[in-house]
Design a protein around this ligand. Structure first.
Ligand code: NAD
Length: 295
């Protein structure tokens, strides 16, 4: 007998959520979407995606997936009186794919467990491209048995789906990911700043470095945007800053000094102070232009 696909209630159709919803629909899932922004709801309807205007209307599905900007948004959905919890039925599987604090994910999971609702923290890496191509990396924390069940859905969103460990561990893995992402962008900007100051050809530098041991995902995917001064956001400066702050707080909790992280965090704060929070991550290079008085 062919197993039918589970139904999905999806919360948050932004840069990441919308392409994920489209992938799921393309693969034959029945998806109902809720986004707090009515303009997004209208856009979804235009695209013939089933959009609803309240959380209750997504709660009756077998899986609930959310991908929201930050901890407060996720808490307002799962840990507040006006949230979704009172509508969820025992046996529902909730997968939060936002990047939020690990301790908050643990608390949300414990609260849902009291209602026999299963919960996974499953943040992602791979950006909007990964969401569009359904080849995200997904780092999952929670009960292993729930993780195994979730593969019925996650396999259609990602390619590299890792069971990171107990509840909250998905978020810890994601923080580690973001520490490296931030350091790799900073390293690229630093190399480009020096080359530019000497009148070097940045395009040629990029191709040269891609061919050697300095290569990185950042260089391959965002190097061109730095050179073209394309500030359009896939991943915004303010979201990266949020992630670096989460990592920094977690490191403080554990008493682990991470000096590289502190440096990168300061550079991102500089960018935000220049009203560049809505720009894409690659626009960190403007900070280097300012520091070296280059245009
Ligand atoms: P986004 O701001 O583009 O989208 C978030 C969506 O959530 C918006 O449409 C917003 O209206 C909606 N929303 C906010 N609060 C809500 C609520 N209470 N109920 C329902 N909808 C609500 O953000 P994004 O870029 O899609 O990122 C989402 C998450 O994914 C973040 O945690 C981010 O750190 C993570 N992430 C993003 C990327 C990326 O490249 N953009 C990559 C990896 C991980």
């Amino acid at each position: 007998m062919i197993k039918s696909k589970p139904t999905i209630g999806f919360i948050g159709a932004g840069n990441m959520g919308l392409p994920m919803v489209k992938s799921l629909i393309k693969k034959g899932f029945e998806v109902k979407v809720y986004d707090i922004n009515p303009n997004i709801t209208k856009k979804l309807e235009k695209d013939n995606i089933k959009a609803v205007n309240n959380l209750r209307a997504v709660a009756s599905n077998q899986f609930i997936i959310s991908i929201l900007p930050d901890t407060q948004n996720v808490e307002s959905v799962y840990n507040s009186d006006t949230g979704i919890n009172s509508y969820l039925k025992p046996g529902t599987i909730v997968i939060d794919m936002s990047t939020i604090s690990s301790s908050s994910a643990i608390e949300i999971g414990k609260n849902l467990q009291k209602k026999q609702v299963e919960f996974l923290d499953a943040p992602v890496s791979g950006g909007v491209k990964g969401a569009l191509n359904a080849n995200l990396s997904i780092m999952v924390g929670g009960k292993k048995v729930t993780y195994k069940k979730s593969l019925d859905v996650l396999n259609y969103l990602g390619e590299n789906i890792i069971y990171a460990g107990k509840l909250g561990m998905g978020q810890v893995f994601k923080m580690c990911n973001q520490i490296m992402v931030g350091s790799h962008i900073q390293a690229m900007c630093e190399a480009f700043a020096l080359c530019k100051s000497k009148g070097g050809d940045l395009k040629l530098l990029k191709e040269t470095l891609i061919g050697g041991s300095a290569n990185s995902w950042m260089l391959e995917n965002l190097g061109k945007d730095v050179i073209d001064k394309n500030e359009n956001a896939g991943f915004r400066i303010d979201l990266q800053l949020k992630d670096l702050k989460l990592a920094s707080e977690a490191a403080f909790e554990s008493g682990v000094p991470l000096p590289g992280l502190s440096l990168v965090l300061a550079l991102y704060l500089e960018a935000r102070a220049h009203n560049e929070g809505k720009n894409g991550n690659q626009s960190l290079f403007k900070t280097y232009d300012r520091m070296s008085n280059q245009k």
